[in-house]
Design a protein around this ligand. Structure first.
Ligand code: ATP
Ligand code: MG
Ligand code: MG
Ligand code: MG
Length: 469
């Protein structure tokens, strides 16, 4: 069985053998890109190379890139613990051609890696292409020998990639693995495609156009390739498991969480362990890259991730701060590939410990308030916005933590009421210019921003440039 670390090396070495430069992962906080909250795809560090603003001494590259999808356009936070395939932090492996090879070679390289190096059964693979991309469909037929019924044409934006409203864009083609008919879910393009039977492992983007204005698109003189393969997803396939959380790396993290809590990862508790393991990675890597918990912007996304995990630790009955105790397991699993984890270990540990110690002061009381407020409720009911806001303001519950806590019971939060309460709070804070507690701090910050036209706020919903692969 190949472990995650071997699979990563196989990928990098394979493309190196095929003339690609191995480039180290860029940071999670993108350099010089205020439009993007976190690096969310392998192409992010190469954006300027694709647009021609920057040149590099190579025209083919391969990376394993740290990614976070927990805010903005790509937000997989709510999927964690519920799907077999989503993390907030994951590694996207990719090969890139900057005006060098194009579609046919990209398909050939991908097919050979997947079927020869990785040895996947071709009968379990199917691909999608953009509905008008006959060229790609033909290559899949010729190069991979795939029959027509396993080359699925998709007309949605899932198979058309664009960097932004203008700039490079083009069709993409995705490789899916069929985990078998014992798992619910349909093939891509079918009504139940969101199930987890057919799992998307690799996205190949063919950058062949440039969007000049809303309705003018021209051919790029030197088309490029950008691909993204989820390391954890391909590891699941190679290790013969269906769920990403059953791969070697996650087993080790979940084992550490089981040991520390004394609770087995079974039944209803399993999801909590998954969330803890996932959020441990996201939090630790973000801290290692210089993000610290705060009440705004990137720091608030980190705080939300940390506090969600901390609620799950509480659910598992953990009496003392838990997360910091799991850091050594993470460093053991990933520290070799990512030395920043080793360098940052003390800071990561202290940050997790401090945040959990603080949050524990209000967490239990907040949960009691929440269960009192929803005691009589059931599926389809709505928690009033005032209570959700009180949890946020007084008890430090990020909104999505409250939503997550109610999700299993099918209870939703009245968002309009929540926003109204938030607005009132902000107006009061503006009037008083003082206060205490988190929301007040945030409101003051908003006020400062309103006055100065501050540039960097990235809140719950932020418009960000398309960063996907
Ligand atoms: P999905 O449809 O499953 O959410 P996606 O289409 O959003 O995936 P892409 O943006 O195409 O994913 O990213 C390229 C690859 O990165 C995917 O094919 C997948 O292997 C991997 N990937 C994407 N999102 C995640 C995630 N949240 N956790 C783990 N791997 C991911
Ligand atoms: Mg997605
Ligand atoms: Mg997809
Ligand atoms: Mg995709």
């Amino acid at each position: 069985m190949s472990g995650v670390n071997d699979i990563r090396s196989t990928f990098l070495d394979y493309f190196k053998k095929n003339g690609h430069e191995i480039v180290a992962s860029g940071p999670l906080v993108p350099r010089n890109d205020p439009t993007l909250m976190f690096t969310n795809a392998g192409m992010v560090p190469f954006k300027n190379v694709f647009t021609g603003l920057e040149t590099r001494p190579y025209d083919r590259a391969v990376t394993a890139q740290k990614c976070v999808r927990a805010g903005g356009k790509h937000n997989d936070l709510d999927n964690v613990g519920y799907t077999a395939r989503h993390h907030t932090f994951f590694e996207m492996m990719g090969n890139f051609s900057f005006g060098d090879y194009f579609k046919d070679r990209a398909i050939e390289l991908a097919w050979n890696l997947v079927t020869k190096e990785f040895g996947l059964d071709p009968k379990r693979l199917l691909v999608t292409v953009y509905h008008t991309d006959d060229e790609a469909a033909d290559f899949w037929k010729k190069i991979a020998g795939l029959p027509d019924d396993r080359i699925i044409r998709i007309a949605t934006s899932d198979n058309f990639w664009a960097m932004g409203d203008t700039g490079p864009c083009g069709p993409c083609s995705e490789i899916f693995y069929d985990h078998g008919d014992h798992i619910p879910g349909g093939p891509p393009g079918s009504p139940d495609e969101d199930g987890d039977r057919f799992i998307e492992i690799w996205n190949l983007v063919f950058m062949q156009f440039e969007q000049l204005t809303a309705d003018e698109r021209v051919d790029l003189p030197r088309p490029s390739i950008d691909t993204g393969m989820g390391l954890e997803r391909v590891a699941a396939v190679l290790q013969g498991v269906h769920d990403n959380y059953d791969i070697d790396l996650f087993r080790a993290l979940i084992h550490a969480s089981e040991e520390a809590t004394g609770v087995r990862a079974e039944g209803a508790q399993h999801a909590s362990h998954k969330v803890i393991a996932d959020h441990l990675r996201a939090s630790s890597f973000l801290i290692a890259d210089g993000v610290l918990p705060s009440n705004e912007g990137r720091g608030y996304v980190l705080r939300r991730i940390m506090r969600r995990a901390m609620r799950h630790a509480q659910l598992l009955g953990s009496k003392d701060p838990l997360m910091w105790r799991l850091v050594p397991a993470l460093v053991r699993e990933m520290g070799r590939a990512y030395p920043e984890l080793v360098r940052g270990e003390a800071l990561i540990t202290e940050t997790l410990k401090l945040e959990e110690t603080r949050f524990r002061k209000t967490l239990a009381r907040g949960l009691t308030l929440l269960s009192d407020a929803t005691g009589e409720m059931g599926e389809g009911d709505l928690l009033d916005g005032e209570t959700a806001f009180k949890l946020y303001d007084t008890y430090g519950f990020p909104l999505d933590l409250t939503q997550d806590a109610l999700r299993q019971r099918g209870i939703h939060v009245d968002l309009t009421g929540f926003n109204d309460a938030m607005e009132r709070q902000k107006a009061e804070a503006r009037a008083n210019w003082a206060g205490s507690g988190e929301a007040a701090t945030e409101a003051v910050w908003f006020a400062v921003k309103d006055k100065t036209g501050g540039s960097d706020f990235l809140g719950y919903e932020t418009e960000e440039a398309e960063g996907v692969v």
